[in-house]
Design a protein around this ligand. Structure first.
Ligand SMILES: Nc1nc2c(ncn2[C@@H]2O[C@H](COP(=O)(O)OP(=O)(O)OP(=O)(O)O)[C@@H](O)[C@H]2O)c(=O)[nH]1
Ligand SMILES: [Mg+2]
Length: 237
């Protein structure tokens, strides 16, 4: 199979089926084989049931229910491990990340192993919050100087990669926590010299539901993630 799209959900009942429909319509016009995995952590708002009911009998849409475990990064890894595609796309499920970029992500990963959407290359941005846009920009500069990262947006959660880049890697050492997992992912990929390209993205407003990001907590978590990598308290092996 060419592509697996992984959609981690927690209380995304309002947007998820519209998002799946949009992704499906886009991919259906391209000559590729694909599946869409929805990894839901038993959302109290019934996200899993809404997906399972709407797409019953469609083999390309695979709702996955995690009943005991919770957390964004482990949900994504769970999806990756269940996926059958040679390439994987990961994105938010609330329309922050525009599905219209999917064809470009799929195409460009024929040439680069990882395509990472960035708010901080020309053409990128955030319609949602100026405060978060500039706060995140400054934090990305800190990551750049501290870890010598060449990527401009190390907090992106919208990306496509060839699954083989994870071969032989203890991925559970990367995929834990919240958005901090992406700093570890890009750090490892850059140290292992995988070709990465960034493409501009403009984040849109979330469609319904509530944010799961607790900004203050996340900032501390991201900050300590960077320091742990820098001073050798986090290592892949
Ligand atoms: N499976 C799973 N998904 C999660 C979890 N926490 C967050 N997500 C999903 O991760 C994505 C990012 O969460 P958001 O709340 O949108 O975070 P954000 O984009 O920083 O915040 P907004 O600006 O409000 O959109 C969404 O698709 C969530 O449904 C979790 O514990 N488990
Ligand atoms: Mg979001």
């Amino acid at each position: 199979m060419n592509l697996s799209v992984i959609l981690p959900t927690y209380n995304e009942h309002d947007a998820i089926n519209a998002l799946i429909s949009e992704i499906y319509e886009i991919l259906d016009t391209h000559p590729i084989t694909f599946e869409i995995l929805i990894v839901d952590d038993n959302s109290p708002d019934g996200t899993y049931a809404a997906v399972a009911e709407k797409w019953k009998g469609n083999p390309r849409i695979k709702p996955v229910l995690r009943e005991s475990e919770k957390g964004l990064a482990t949900a994504i890894l769970h999806g990756i491990r269940q996926s059958e595609g040679d390439k994987v796309i990961v994105m938010d499920t609330d329309f922050n990340h525009p599905p219209s970029l999917i064809p470009l992500l799929v195409n460009i990963t024929d040439y680069f192993e990882i395509a990472s959407c960035s708010r901080y290359v020309i053409g990128g941005g955030m319609e949602t919050s100026h405060f978060r846009f500039f706060g995140s920009k400054i934090f990305n500069k800190f990551i750049h100087y501290t870890l010598k990262m060449q990527t401009t947006d190390n907090l992106s959660g919208y990306y496509c990669f060839k699954k083989e880049v994870l071969d032989g890697i203890p991925a559970e050492k990367i995929f834990f926590g919240y958005g901090d997992y992406y700093i570890r992912f890009l750090y490892v990929m850059q140290r292992q010299k995988h070709p990465i390209i960034e493409i501009p993205v403009v984040y849109k407003d979330r469609l319904g539901g509530l944010s799961k990001t607790d900004l203050k907590n996340e900032l501390f978590r991201y900050f300590f993630t960077v320091l742990k990598i820098k001073f050798g308290f986090w290592k892949l092996k």
